[in-house]
Design a protein around this ligand. Structure first.
Ligand code: PEP
Ligand code: MG
Length: 905
């Protein structure tokens, strides 16, 4: 480490050596304290030991850089001077707090020690100063408890063991007949201090340090040490905070909210963090210390009541909040203490908020002329918009569930939103229960196309296996279903119709709640709230004028449309979904998976006939059944989409998804096809593949059986011609999947082109249309120039391109991929967010080669990545024309695209 000029930054009495912009150096809390001091807000004096010291501490096995000790001594001296008290002085003692503070806030993850500097001598000084022995011993008791836990490490070893300090406290309360801590006398508390110390001595074999300087260095070391406790590490992993940042340490003079009835402590937000409404929001406790508010020992009171009890402090607090919001141009989360009617600020930071609040605050702040539209767009996490579209859990009810230990497990948050329903294990049951008016959660080991109607009927889907591009996840997102996938802790027994999560048993019909935004699986019912945006846009059940939430959402989308440069299309194969996407302002369909259109009703039967036909004539018989169905579907979707492009992909069925599975299905199919059951069984066996995702799918099927491509092209162009005859102007783009060479594309294109010409001629109309290909194999990227000579557009199928580029099967990479991410071998699940260096490099190459061969080549992406904000940014950077994502992700992709434009130009 380069030796910095100083390790310690002082603040106090209106002067501060640091400022708001120095979060990296001072941590978020430190930067806030310095800034507040600098602008004249009352902050107890103190100093910040910078984050570099933490890095040094870890690089040098817990040692500190030279000179730090001297700086701390000097800093302490300055605090003493301002406070008029002395650290360790038995007559007039200064007490300090020692708190962590990283660059990004990591609430509750690291350690804090309060009331430091107390010992058997200084406590008498505190009594003399305050004339309040009970307060002094209460502070001492808290200090020994906190220090014993945080610094000395006397805490429960596992979740079954009780806190040793709480045992002592409980015992004393029982002996004195006291209900609350506040019922204990000064003498009781004094005895507790002695008992705490004895407990430390007996359990740890060491004395409680009486020397305040020893206490201070112990606490500083503990705060640095807490940067690497399990909780903090897990939190950083979850929120992608680098482990190298380190925390700062803030040492600050104590002010007391627990000195009596003229004292209080609290936390507040300058706006409501749940709804975003512009009102002062928070809670406080009279005669209490900071941790009491969050610990839930006593129920805090709403901040409005402070106005009645301490009107002057309330007024002052409001005034300060206004100053802070103006200064930071952001909603602030503050901590304060009132000591004998004097208000002190202990923290200010950007407040965390829900998606609802994020949108409301950003839009309101534009209207209040605090920030620009561009700033508003940049402030909202695209994923946050999900919350505006999905039902959500009532937070208080969910908290109750957590307190009752009902959160059972966590899987992948595959389909955001919240749902409660009764457990069913089979798709037919989901339908059956749903028809009886029951809400159900369909729980499967994994889903398959057979389950599609059950998935539609269910409120939510839970799978034990599968990743973010598993069938369940993909279909759920497209349907807008709530889904938790790959929840490995769930052990399903289909036979018994029950599942276990550890030792909890759930049977069919039991209530289960699923949070697809967090991946949590919760036993029992949790109350949900509906989304206003959907009520306006999709249901039409709410007047937009009466929904502020909707109006703000619409405003934000309009701003996003105004700045983004990349188009946003949608992946859909159902008319209903197309309507949803239109309501969200999609600019076309980027992927219509025709094989998905066969999952409904008895269509799958005809598809099976087609796949299993012995010869071309058998296949043509089955295709003839499918043609009118496809034509009708295409016509409906093309009509909904008006003049917007509709990219329809020719059949790409992983065969295993379509083969009949049960004896009953095979017998029924044999009857329809008029072939012996055994012969059909054999055929099914022959078609079984080891690696179906790399098997007889994509254009390979159309090459083996050209009549399939022919029928589909006929259905598409007949549908379009029919619309043309009605005076409409549809725009189909026919897309050939899984192409790896120009030759493959050439033969498929020739069929489509021929059918297009024949159909237009037969109908006597002219159509706009394009014929292009998916790019989803590395070879296709390498020979993109050759392919582009014949293809009018490319669409990156990044699901398959990720699979083939990384050599990871999309079906079961989920078994080991999570450990790659935990160990930092991969930054993210590459099926969720584009692997820029590998898959991304192939995309760049394909784009460059493709556009060299055909300048006007239209290029988009339709893999699941099209709805992932980081991947959208990448697509913007490399210059794609559009991204395509599931209908419910259209707003997210639009916002991500706008942010990419604003950040990258
Ligand atoms: C892809 O591979 O990215 C794609 C969109 O196709 P599918 O997921 O249907 O294979
Ligand atoms: Mg694909």
């Amino acid at each position: 480490m380069d030796k910095p000029k100083k390790y310690l930054y002082f603040f106090g009495a209106g002067k501060a050596e640091g400022k708001a912009a120095q979060r990296e150096l001072l941590g978020g809390k430190g930067a806030g304290l310095h800034e507040m001091t600098r602008i004249g807000i009352p902050v107890p004096p103190g100093f910040t030991i910078i984050t570099d010291v933490c890095t040094y501490y870890y690089a040098h096995r817990g040692r500190y850089p030279q000179g730090l000790q001297r700086e701390v001594a000097r800093g302490l001296g300055r605090v003493e001077k301002i406070m008029g008290r002395k650290f360790g002085d038995p007559k007039n003692p200064l007490l300090v707090s020692v708190r962590s503070g990283a660059r990004e806030s990591m609430p509750g993850m690291m350690d804090t020690v309060l009331n430091l500097g107390l010992n058997d001598q200084t406590v008498s000084g505190l009594i003399a100063l305050t004339q309040n022995p009970r307060f002094a011993y209460d502070s001492y008791r808290r200090f020994v408890q906190m220090y014993g836990d945080v610094v000395l490490g006397l805490k429960p070893k596992d979740k079954d063991e009780r806190d040793p300090f709480e045992i002592v406290l409980e015992r004393k309360k029982r002996a004195q007949g006291a209900r609350f801590d506040s019922d204990l006398s000064a003498q009781d508390l004094k005895e507790i201090v002695a008992e705490f110390k004895a407990e430390i001595k007996s359990k740890l074999g060491k004395d409680f340090p009486e020397d305040p300087h020893e206490q201070l260095w112990g606490a500083i070391g503990a705060v640095f040490g807490s940067w690497n406790n399990d909780r903090a590490i897990a939190y950083r992993e979850l929120y992608h905070i680098p482990h190298t940042w380190g925390t700062a340490v803030n040492v600050q003079a104590m002010v007391f909210g627990n000195m009596g009835e003229r004292c209080a402590t609290g936390v507040a937000f300058t706006r409501n963090p749940a709804t975003g409404e512009k009102h002062f929001y928070g809670e406080f406790l009279v005669n209490a210390q900071g941790e009491d508010v969050v610990a839930g020992v006593r129920t805090p009171r709403p901040i409005a009541e402070l106005k009645e009890i301490m009107p002057q402090s309330h007024r002052e607090l409001q005034r300060i909040c206004k100053i802070l919001e103006k200064r930071y141009k952001e909603m602030q989360d503050i901590e304060f203490t009132i000591e004998n009617n004097r208000l002190w600020m202990l923290q200010t930071r950007t407040g965390k908020r829900t998606g609802f609040a994020a949108v409301r605050i950003a839009v309101d702040m534009v209207e209040e002329r605090i920030i620009s539209k561009e700033e508003a767009l940049l402030r909202i996490e695209p994923e946050h918009l999900n919350q505006l579209l999905r039902p959500i859990f009532d937070e208080a009810d969910k908290e109750r569930a957590a307190k009752e230990g009902r959160i059972l497990a966590k899987g992948l948050p595959a389909g955001p939103g919240a749902a409660t329903g009764r457990v069913v294990f089979h798709a037919e049951d989901a339908e059956g229960w749903n028809q009886r008016g029951e809400r159900v959660v369909l729980c499967r080991v994994e889903t398959s196309p057979d389950d599609i109607r059950g998935m539609q009927a269910a409120q939510a889907i839970l799978t034990a296996r599968g990743g973010m591009t598993s069938h369940a996840a993909l279909v759920a997102r497209q349907m807008g279903k709530i889904c938790v996938a790959g929840c490995e802790a769930v052990d399903i027994d289909y036979g018994r119709r029950e599942m276990r999560v550890d030792d909890v048993l759930l049977r069919e019909g039991d209530w289960l709640s699923v949070d697809g935004s967090t991946g949590e699986v919760i036993r029992g019912e949790v109350q949900t709230l509906p989304s206003e945006v959907l009520q306006v846009l999709i249901g039409g059940t709410l007047d937009p004028r009466s929904s502020k939430g909707y109006q703000q959402f619409a405003k934000l989308m309009k701003w996003a449309d105004g700045v983004r440069r990349i188009g946003v299309r949608t992946n859909t194969d159902q008319p209903e979904q197309a309507r949803v996407a239109m309501a969200f302002g999609t600019e076309g369909i980027g992927l219509c998976r025709t094989e998905h259109m066969f999952f409904e009703g008895d269509r799958i039967q005809a598809v099976r006939e087609m796949i299993l036909a012995e010869d071309e004539s058998g296949r043509r018989r089955a295709l003839a059944k499918l043609l009118p169905i496809q034509r009708r579907d295409f016509k409906e979707i093309l009509e909904i989409m008006g003049e917007l492009p509709v990219t329809i992909r020719t059949l790409d069925p992983p065969l295993h998804e379509f083969l009949p599975k049960t004896e009953k299905e095979i017998v029924e199919l044999a009857q329809v096809m008029d072939v012996p059951v055994e012969a059909l069984k054999n055929k099914v066996k022959v078609l079984q593949e080891f690696n179906p995702m790399l098997g007889h799918r994509g254009c390979r099927l159309g090459i083996s059986y050209p009549e399939i491509t022919e029928m589909q092209a006929q259905a598409i162009f007949e549908a379009a011609c029919l619309l043309r005859q009605e005076g409409k102007n549809p725009f189909p783009e026919v897309m050939i999947p899984l192409v790896g060479s120009r030759q493959e594309f050439h033969v498929q294109r020739a069929i489509v082109e021929r059918v297009a010409q024949e159909t237009m001629k037969a109908f006597g109309v002219k159509l706009r249309y394009l014929i292009g290909t998916m790019i989803e194999l590395p070879r296709a990227c390498l020979v993109a120039d050759e392919i582009a000579r014949e293809a009018e557009f490319f669409s990156f199928g990044t699901n398959d391109l990720t699979q083939t580029c990384l050599g990871l099967s999309r079906d079961d990479a989920g078994k080991f991929l999570p450990s790659y991410i935990v160990h930092g071998l991969l930054p993210e699940d590459p099926f969720v967010s584009i692997d820029r260096d590998g898959v991304g490099a192939l995309m760049r190459l394909a784009l460059e080669r493709g556009r060299k061969a055909r300048r006007e080549l239209e290029v988009g992406i339709c893999g699941e990545h099209g709805g992932d904000p980081a991947s959208v940014a990448f697509c913007h950077e490399i210059g794609l024309d559009y991204v395509s994502c599931s209908p419910y992700r259209v707003p997210i992709a639009k916002l991500a695209a706008a942010q990419a434009s604003l950040r990258r130009g």
